[in-house]
Ligand binder design. Structure first.
Ligand code: 13P
Length: 261
């Protein structure tokens, strides 16, 4: 099934509010002639969400997402952010990023609960799954990715698959983790096929075809065609290269011209 390719900018904790707004302004300027055939989602830190959302306003093809949400609707959770607090500003939300799984101990179960909660509130979850370098070396990639996806699917319905984006992001391929080598695009495509097969096993082929699966890990303007050109790869989750407006928009334009598979 043809999907509209989606590019998600994960700005992590890299930018001050002022720098985030300046970066967004630069993207907006460059985005004037951005192809309609591609979706772009910019995910700043929480304090910038409201202003980013009001600034983005009606720019065609550009949306704002959050980088995390709590799995409970509300409650005594000091320092956490609820879905109802991000919903006025964000259309998407990244969940289960490996930096959160690893550093804050977020579990597959919690990530699955977050996905279901976001869907109930009309937001698109961008769920990250992927293996560590040690798991890959031990031949456990399929096992680890399957575990994450299977737990996620237990909390979802067939209909929800069309409202979800799964990111296959091998932890070792993230630029901040100093990858030894970029992942082989064929291997990436195989792991994404695995994710679609798991979804098909649970909900059938037709529903699984509706799921968007994107790739994350050291994507930039030079290699984007290699990854997003593979069959079944519906876009990219971009970290460091998304902080450079020219690079980010150039990747989107490249894929907009090529089209997705
Ligand atoms: P890089 O694109 O910098 O490798 O970051 C990937 C990432 O973690 C996006 O969520």
């Amino acid at each position: 099934m043809e999907h509209v390719p989606v590019f998600v900018a994960n700005w992590k904790m890299a930018l001050s509010h002022k720098a985030a707004m300046e970066t967004l302004k630069a993207i907006k300027k460059l985005a004037k002639d951005m192809p309609d055939s591609v979706e772009a989602v910019v995910c700043p830190s929480f304090p910038s969400l409201a202003e980013a959302a009001s600034f983005v306003g009606k720019i065609s093809g550009l949306q704002v997402g959050a980088q995390n949400v709590h799995w409970e609707e509300s409650g005594a959770w000091t320092g956490e952010v609820a879905v109802s607090q991000i919903a006025p500003f964000a259309s998407h939300c990244i969940i289960g990023h490996s930096e959160r799984r690893r550093l804050t101990g977020e579990t597959d179960q919690q990530v699955a609960e977050k996905a279901a909660l976001l869907i109930r509130h009309g937001l698109v979850p961008i769920v990250c799954v992927g293996e560590s370098w040690e798991e890959r070396q031990a031949g456990e990639t399929v096992k680890r990715v399957s575990e994450q996806v299977e737990v996620l699917l237990t909390k979802l319905t067939r209909v929800a698959l069309a409202k979800l984006i799964v990111t296959y992001e091998p932890i070792w391929a993230i630029s901040a983790n100093n990858p030894v080598a970029p992942p082989d695009p064929d291997e990436v495509a195989q792991n994404m096929l695995l994710i679609r097969k798991l979804a098909a096993g649970q909900f059938g082929n037709e529903a699984a075809e509706r799921l968007r699966i994107i790739y994350g890990g050291s994507v930039d303007a030079d290699n984007v065609k290699q990854y997003v050109g593979e069959p079944g790869v519906d876009g990219a989750l971009v970290g460091s290269a998304s902080l450079k407006p020219v690079q980010f928009v150039s990747m989107i334009k490249t894929i907009g011209e090529v089209g997705s598979t």
